[in-house]
Design a protein around this ligand. Structure first.
Ligand SMILES: NC(=O)c1ccc[n+]([C@@H]2O[C@H](COP(=O)([O-])OP(=O)(O)OC[C@H]3O[C@@H](n4cnc5c(N)ncnc54)[C@H](O)[C@@H]3O)[C@@H](O)[C@H]2O)c1
Length: 440
C-alpha cells in the first residue's frame, strides 16, 4: 500500500505510535487526549522531573488529573522519556516546545531548532509531524521542512507529511479544553493536510482545515494579536477615563450591554502569560523582513508594557493623597499569577509592578495562594508568599490587587486594609461608596 494510505489507515485504526515533543501546559494535555482516544503515546522532554512524574502516573499540570494520567500509564497508553531515540519507532509527532522572546524582543527559536534537530536523527518514511508551538508565519516550511525532509532526501507529501496546527488551550478553563476546542490544521501539501487531519480527527472533536501551513500559523497570530490589541485599547481607555474623571469599569459595562458589534475586554496592570504578550511580537518581527512595520501591534505593546508603571504611579498618588510617600511604605501585592485561579507566573505583570515598587523604596510583600515562591531571575530578587494573609493586609499601608483570584474574600480584605488599590476591579461587589478602594 502507498505510504500515505498506509499511514492514514494506521492513524484511523489507532495503530500508529504517537510521540509528543515537550510535555508542558500544551504537550501533556495533548498527550492525554491522544492516549484516551486509544493511541500508544510517548512524551519526550529533557526535563527529567516531568518525565519521572509522568511515568509514576502523576500529573504536574493543574488542568490534567492525576487519576487520568495514572490510568493511562497503567494501561500502557502513556509513557515518557528523556531519550529522543524512542522516536525511531514513532509514526506521528507533535512538537509542543516553548517559543519565548529573547531579551531583545526577538523570537527565541532555540527550542524549535533543538527539537527539530533531535527529531531529524530519527526521521523515517511514513512519518507525520505537526508543529503546535506558536511561531511566525513560514516557520513550518522554512525551518522544519529542510531539516526534517529535504536535507534527508525524504519527499514531503509522499514519504512523510508535515503540518502546522496551533494550540489554543486556555489554562484553568473547564468548558473548552483540548478535546472540544476546534483545531485549525494547515499542511505543507494537500496530502500532508489529509494525513494530519486524519490523525487529529481520531482524538479531537473538530478539525478545521486551511489551505496551507502559513494560513494556520497566521490564524493563531490573528487570535492572539486581536486580544493584545483590544487589551491595549481598554488599557488606554482606562488612562483616558482617569483624566476625564470617569469610571472606566462603568463605561465598559455600559458598552457591553450592546448585544452585537462589541466584545468586552477589561483593563489591568499589563499583559501576562506565554501567549498574548509574546506571539504578536513574532508576527511583528517577521514583518520587518518585508520592511513593514506592524503598527497596531507596536502601539498596543507600548501601551500594555507601560501599564505596570502606570499602576505604580497611581499607587504613589493614592498614598500621597493620604499624606504618605511610597518610599518607606509597606505594600502588600495580592495575586502574582498572570491570570486568576492558576499557578503560572510566566510574563506576569506582577514582576514589573513589584520591581518598580521596590525601586521606589517601598517594602513589598506578596500573597498568592497558588504561587508560594517568586523569583525574578534577571533582577535577582526573590520572596515567599506571606503566611498570614489577613495579618499582612491589616499591617500594609496599601494592598495592591494584581490578580483577581476567586478564593479571596474581598469584603474582608477591604475591611481590614488601610486602603486597597484595585487594578482588576476585583472589589466591584464591595467597593461602591467606600473611600478605602482606589480602582484603576
Ligand atoms: N500555555 C498555554 O496556555 C499555550 C496556549 C497556546 C499555545 N501555546 C504555545 O505552545 C507552546 C508550548 O507552550 P507550553 O505552555 O506548553 O510550554 P511549557 O514551557 O509549559 O512546556 C514546554 C516543554 O517543552 C520542553 N522542551 C524544551 N525543549 C525541548 C526539546 N528540545 N524537545 C522536547 N521538549 C522540549 C520543556 O522542558 C517543557 O516541558 C508555545 O509555543 C506556546 O506559545 C501555549
Amino acid at each position: 500500500m502507498p505510504t500515505k494510505e498506509n499511514l492514514i489507515k494506521n492513524l484511523k485504526e489507532k495503530k500508529a505510535h504517537v510521540g509528543i515533543l515537550g510535555l508542558g501546559y500544551v504537550g501533556l494535555p495533548l498527550a492525554v487526549v491522544f492516549a484516551e482516544a486509544g493511541f500508544q503515546v510517548t512524551g519526550i522532554d529533557p526535563d527529567l522531573r516531568k518525565v519521572d512524574c509522568l511515568n509514576q502516573g502523576v500529573s504536574y499540570i493543574p488542568d490534567v488529573k492525576t487519576e487520568t494520567v495514572e490510568k493511562l500509564v497503567k494501561s500502557g497508553h502513556l509513557a515518557a522519556a528523556t531519550d529522543f531515540s524512542v522516536l525511531k519507532d514513532v509514526d506521528a509527532v507533535s512538537i509542543c516546545v516553548p517559543t519565548p522572546l529573547r531579551q531583545t524582543g526577538d523570537p527565541d527559536m532555540s527550542f524549535i531548532l533543538s527539537a527539530t534537530e533531535e527529531l531529524a536523527k530519527y526521521m523515517h518514511k511514513g512519518m507525520v509531524v505537526v508543529l503546535e508551538s506558536t511561531t511566525y508565519p513560514g516557520t513550518t516550511r522554512e525551518v522544519l521542512l529542510p531539516k526534517l525532509g529535504t536535507d534527508r532526501d525524504l519527499i514531503v507529501g509522499e514519504d512523510w507529511f508535515l503540518a502546522f496546527s496551533p494550540e489554543r488551550v486556555d489554562p484553568g478553563r473547564e468548558d473548552f479544553t483540548t478535546i472540544n476546542t476546534p483545531k485549525v490544521m494547515g499542511g505543507i501539501t494537500e496530502a500532508c493536510n489529509e494525513v494530519a487531519a486524519a490523525w487529529y480527527e481520531g482524538a479531537i472533536q473538530t478539525v478545521h482545515r486551511v489551505s496551507s501551513a502559513e494560513a494556520a500559523e497566521m490564524a493563531k497570530l490573528l487570535e492572539n494579536t486581536f486580544r493584545m490589541i483590544n487589551i491595549g485599547l481598554v488599557n488606554e481607555l482606562a488612562i483616558m477615563c482617569e483624566h476625564l474623571g470617569v469610571d472606566v469599569w462603568e463605561v465598559i459595562d455600559a458598552a457591553a450591554t450592546k448585544p452585537f458589534g462589541f466584545m468586552k475586554f477589561t483593563p489591568g496592570p499589563g499583559l501576562g502569560g506565554h501567549c498574548i504578550p509574546i506571539d504578536p511580537m513574532y508576527l511583528s518581527w517577521k514583518m520587518k523582513s518585508f520592511h513593514y512595520n506592524a503598527r497596531f501591534i507596536e502601539l498596543a505593546s507600548e501601551i500594555n508594557t507601560n501599564m505596570p508603571r502606570y499602576v505604580v504611579s497611581r499607587v504613589m498618588e493614592a498614598l500621597n493623597d493620604r499624606g504618605k510617600s511610597l518610599k518607606g511604605s509597606k505594600v502588600l501585592v495580592l495575586g502574582v499569577a498572570y491570570k486568576p485561579d492558576i499557578d503560572d507566573v510566566r510574563e506576569s505583570p506582577a514582576f514589573d509592578v513589584i520591581g518598580l515598587l521596590r525601586k521606589k523604596g517601598a517594602f513589598v510583600e506578596y500573597h498568592d495562594p497558588y504561587i508560594p515562591h517568586l523569583h525574578h531571575e534577571t533582577d535577582g530578587w526573590q520572596m515567599d508568599s506571606v503566611q498570614d494573609m489577613m495579618k499582612a493586609v491589616h499591617e500594609a499601608d496599601v494592598v495592591v490587587i494584581i490578580t483577581n483570584h476567586k478564593v479571596y474574600d474581598y469584603k474582608a480584605i477591604v475591611e481590614s486594609s488601610t486602603f486597597v488599590f484595585d487594578s482588576r476591579n476585583a472589589t466591584r461587589e464591595v467597593a461602591n461608596g467606600t473611600e478605602k478602594v482606589v480602582r484603576l
